[in-house]
Design a protein around this ligand. Structure first.
Ligand SMILES: Cc1ncc(COP(=O)(O)O)c(C=O)c1O
Length: 289
């Protein structure tokens, strides 16, 4: 597998960063994951815009005058050279503040940021999508800048591990009695025939897929409001679903061991999943059968 690191395309085995890299020492950086279908990126500019906003918010920039277009060209070359231009793939992109002697404050003078990109094959787990998944709830113990896609993912990692240990796929964070988002997804809940999701603010990541799904719901005439869902409302939810770049639209059919709705993916999540697949340029799993 060929990867990109600081201006060079090298094999993954050869790619190495100094131990003083602030990504390693502090999680001081941001990342993105972009989906590609048949060699075409899906919503790449939304991901890169979010990355630029994240970089600006933490006083960082891309290295050496690198532009959005430059990043996309690297990503395209990674797809081509790793034979990932057919079917699904993902690009992982990470920028850290660079390598410098360890101090909490920023290196002064600034050092060149570290830029790392890698590509990987991706398979849509069609059987899982058709069955739906289970989730647990977990206290949202994260900081109050969850809108930034930073490398500091320890709370997410611990919540996801807790889910896996309980045989579940996702941990749904609960802050002050309301659902915020999943450990690596946004969460939508259908109550009284209306989709509800936590509004964009500093307590969630403004998911790119979330944005697309909100647009698709409007196109399909499905009512949706950005209003928090209280944890007690889960018991009367008709449907719950997750969204994300590597999650698409994924129905949650059980939360904390209790069945959601009919216990099967509902009509709304199935319709939105199909519409998202179509938008992505992929044949929806239901139509392929
Ligand atoms: C905490 C969190 N929320 C939501 C998402 C979904 O965002 P997107 O649709 O942009 O992948 C992610 C994706 O990694 C995430 O980590």
């Amino acid at each position: 597998m060929l990867v990109y690191l600081n201006g060079e395309f090298v094999s993954r085995e050869q790619a190495a960063v100094p131990v003083e890299d602030r990504g390693f020492l502090f999680g001081d950086g941001v990342y993105e994951v972009i989906r590609a279908v048949n060699g075409r990126f899906f919503t790449a500019h939304e991901h890169l815009a979010r990355m630029e906003e994240g970089l600006a918010a933490i006083g960082m920039r891309l290295p050496g005058g690198m532009t959005r277009q430059g990043v996309l060209e690297i990503a395209e070359r990674l797809l081509r050279e790793n034979s990932l231009t057919e079917g699904h793939a993902t690009i992982y992109l990470q920028v850290t503040r660079g390598a410098a002697p360890r101090t909490h404050f920023f290196p002064s003078p600034p050092v060149e940021p570290t830029l790392y990109l890698t590509a990987a094959p991706f398979t849509v787990p069609e059987e899982v999508v058709a069955r739906g998944v289970s989730a647990i709830t977990a206290p949202d113990v994260r900081w109050s800048r969850c809108n930034l896609k930073t490398l500091n993912l320890l709370a997410n990692v611990l919540a996801k591990q807790s889910a896996v240990e309980q045989g579940a796929t996702e941990a749904i964070f609960v802050r002050d009695g309301v659902i915020t988002e999943g450990a690596s997804t946004n969460v939508f809940v259908v109550v009284d025939g209306k989709i509800r999701t936590f509004p964009v603010c500093n307590y969630i990541l403004s998911g790119v897929t979330r944005g697309v799904v909100i647009e698709l719901a409007a196109e399909l005439g499905i009512p949706l409001i950005e209003r928090p869902v209280r944890v007690e409302e889960i018991s009367r939810a008709e449907e719950i679903f997750l969204t994300g770049t590597t999650t698409d639209v994924l129905a949650v059919v059980e939360v904390d061991g209790l069945q959601v709705g009919t216990g099967r993916p509902g009509a709304i999540s199935t319709a939105l999943g199909g519409a998202l697949a179509e938008r992505m340029g992929q044949v929806p799993a239901s139509a392929a059968r």
